[in-house]
Design a protein around this ligand. Structure first.
Ligand code: HEC
Ligand code: HEC
Length: 279
């Protein structure tokens, strides 16, 4: 048998095998220079109990569309969310979404000291832009693999409709979990402008301006999270979960009235705009 092939993410000085890239308890860290030293739980988890945070959220915490970008969030907000998961106040509205279920069990297996440590770590990783929003009528046909949309590559196209489709800029780099390789967000034509209007004005009373709580550039205020430039797939799932009440932590009550009168189309517009901003 040949030894496993050595792989290399673009721009990294390291090489890893595929099993090392996706090691549950110590996944490859292609760019240690992009983040402070990882706490033990982030880098390795607790073997057999908690998979490494870095496996799903990547060592920098930038995350992937099927989980969450956690870098650069306020430390107090991260602590609050981990407590909410622990107390079963935060679940996915889609019961088949198994990884949110795993996140709940991960939180339940963290000590208070570990929670403080990860919150401090992820809150200090520098943010950078990794979502490129493209307005379009038509998108390439997609296929879903590991909860991520990849271009099917059969040359076919389909109408975008009222959807946001987030897909890797470079499929091979995303498969290698290269955290510097970003995502394209295909969004409907006109959605960014409509979303901006709604986010800034509240749409003549249909909702509240998002800027009041999330800050003038949606970069967060105190324990209220930054939204700008984060994964649209992640953000829209949260709007559903908070509207439907499966996410109901202490602070989510502030979002409930904001979402009550908004439609799925409004969610698409808001998130198209928000994810197009600089983080
Ligand atoms: C199996 C993959 C996986 C692992 C491992 C994992 N998470 Fe998560 N995490 C998720 C998913 C999935 C979500 C929620 C996404 C959703 O509901 O749409 C999430 C959400 C979060 C959030 C909420 C972010 C926000 O903006 O509210 C925090 C904080 C978080 N994780 C921290 C951690 C920490 C700390 C660790 C390691 C101790 C960890 N996660 C390990 C998958 C994972
Ligand atoms: C009255 C204050 C307030 C207003 C107005 C508000 N938010 Fe929020 N938002 C919050 C708070 C507080 C949280 C944290 C909720 C929690 O901890 O569960 C939050 C969380 C979120 C999240 C989840 C972020 C994450 O990391 O999981 C999204 C997405 C969001 N808000 C979008 C919006 C949008 C879009 C608007 C405008 C239409 C808006 N918010 C208006 C207070 C507000």
């Amino acid at each position: 048998m040949n030894p496993p092939a050595l792989l290399q993410a673009t721009g990294s000085k390291f090489q890893f095998t595929q099993p090392q890239v996706s090691n549950n308890y110590g996944p490859a860290d292609w760019f240690p220079e992009d983040h402070p030293a990882m706490p033990e739980i982030v880098a390795h988890g607790k073997p057999g109990i908690v998979r490494a945070c870095a496996l799903c959220h990547l060592p920098s915490g930038r995350g992937r569309p099927e989980n969450a970008p956690v870098l650069g969030l306020p430390a107090d907000y991260i602590v609050q969310q981990l407590h909410d998961f622990q107390q079963d106040l935060r679940h996915s509205a889609e019961p088949r979404k198994a990884n949110t279920g795993e996140m709940v069990s991960i939180a339940k297996n963290l000590t208070e000291d570990e929670i403080k440590e990860v919150a401090k770590y992820f809150s200090t990783v520098p943010k950078s832009k990794y979502i490129r929003v493209v307005e379009t009528e038509m998108i390439p046909a997609m296929r879903i693999q590991g909860e991520i949309y990849f271009v099917a590559g059969d040359g076919k196209e389909e109408p975008i409709g009222t959807r946001i489709i987030e897909t890797p800029e470079d499929a091979a780099q995303t498969r290698l979990r290269n955290p510097r390789s970003g995502f394209i967000a295909y969004v409907p034509v006109g959605s960014v402008r409509r979303g901006e209007e709604l986010a800034k004005t509240g749409g003549s009373g249909r909702t509240t301006s998002c800027l009041i709580c999330h800050g003038p550039e949606l970069k967060g205020i105190g324990p209220i999270p930054n939204l700008a430039g984060r994964s649209p797939s992640y953000l829209v799932r949260q709007l559903y979960d908070m509207k439907l009440g499966t996410r109901q932590g202490a602070l989510s009550a502030l979002m409930k009235p904001v979402l009550a009168n908004l439609t799925d189309g409004d969610f698409v517009d808001l998130v198209a705009y928000i994810s197009s901003l600089d983080p």
